[in-house]
Write a protein that binds this ligand. Structure first.
Ligand SMILES: [Mn+2]
Length: 307
């Protein structure tokens, strides 16, 4: 698979890399890491990254603004995106050839080449693995920094069970590059005072039932009273994950016309329930959307039944 993808990259002069909407560090890290990795080894190629930006992650890398015409005869690579409706910037199909690189369970087969490895912690790990298998290629310090950011993002700094011996092996090569891990952590994990106060609210008000199902409902009113927006509030998904007897939990965050549900599990597989509620993801980490608090109740009942 790596050979096929490298052959494609060598063949095309212009390469445009996409990833999912509402980007997280793995989406941006794999996208930007791959961009630099290609530029490091094929400096004559034009490689672009596109998609919407989120202010809190702009310190990682910035997107390119490109014209539709650039897609003509271009190779398009989509990173970290299981289904096409989650691809950020829907021009991804305008290229000549499409490659999907992902680590989510397959829900949507798309692309002329699909490299999907559900055992990989992150797509950043998959991109970095190319470097390990092809020692003749070079990886710049900046590319290593982005890929490392993606891996720590998706593994929760190596806390989650998706961090495998292979993850640590790959990371050992990335941290050999002289980027500042301290600067990266400070930027990734810094919290505004307002968000810290909302975290206090979450810790005081989350619910935990006898089956081990935990939840918090962050309504518009609560978010407004703490002056935290819904995007920032989603950073609190692990706020009460250490409480004893917790097995599965949900953080509901109300947005303008919908309620985003972030689901996490310490064992029971939750992604099929997320799929039932306009979402999906990994067996232990998924996202869903409900359109009323009544529908949120029904999601909770399904999780309760699962437990
Ligand atoms: Mn990912």
């Amino acid at each position: 698979m790596i050979e096929d993808i490298l052959a494609c990259i060598k063949e095309y002069e212009t390469i445009i890399i996409h990833r999912h909407i509402r980007p997280d560090p793995d989406a941006l890290g794999s996208q930007g890491g791959l961009q630099l990795f290609i530029k490091d080894n094929f400096p004559e190629k034009k490689v672009f990254v596109v998609g919407e930006e989120v202010p809190s992650l702009m310190f990682l890398n910035r997107m390119d603004i490109i014209d539709d015409s650039i897609y003509q005869n271009a190779l398009v690579i989509v990173c970290d995106t299981a289904n096409q409706d989650r691809v950020s910037d829907n021009r991804y199909h305008l290229g000549q050839k499409l490659i999907k690189i992902d680590h989510h369970p397959v829900v949507d087969q798309y692309g002329d080449i699909q490299w999907v490895d559900t055992t990989a912690s992150s797509v950043s790990e998959m991109i970095a693995s190319i470097y390990l298998k092809k020692p003749e290629l070079t990886l710049s310090v900046e590319a290593a920094r982005l890929l490392y950011a993606g891996i720590i993002g998706d593994t929760g700094r190596f806390l989650f069970p998706n961090a495998t011996p292979e993850t640590f092996h790959i990371v050992s090569q990335l941290v050999a590059k002289p980027f500042s891990r301290q600067n990266l952590y400070e930027s990734l994990y810094k919290s505004s005072l307002a968000l810290m106060h909302l975290k206090g609210y979450v810790l005081q008000h989350f619910d935990l039932n006898d089956s081990g199902l935990g939840s918090i409902r962050l309504t518009r009113e609560v978010l407004d009273s703490f002056q935290v927006n819904s995007q920032e509030a989603s950073q609190l998904v692990s706020a009460f994950s250490d409480v004893e007897n917790l097995k599965v939990w949900v953080v509901f965050v109300q947005e303008d016309d919908q309620i985003r549900a972030r689901l996490r599990s310490k064992g029971p597989k939750i992604n099929t329930i997320a799929e039932k509620y306009h979402g999906g993801g990994h067996p232990l980490a998924s996202g869903a959307t409900v359109y009323s608090w009544k529908e949120a109740d029904s999601l909770m009942q399904d999780l309760n039944k699962l437990l």
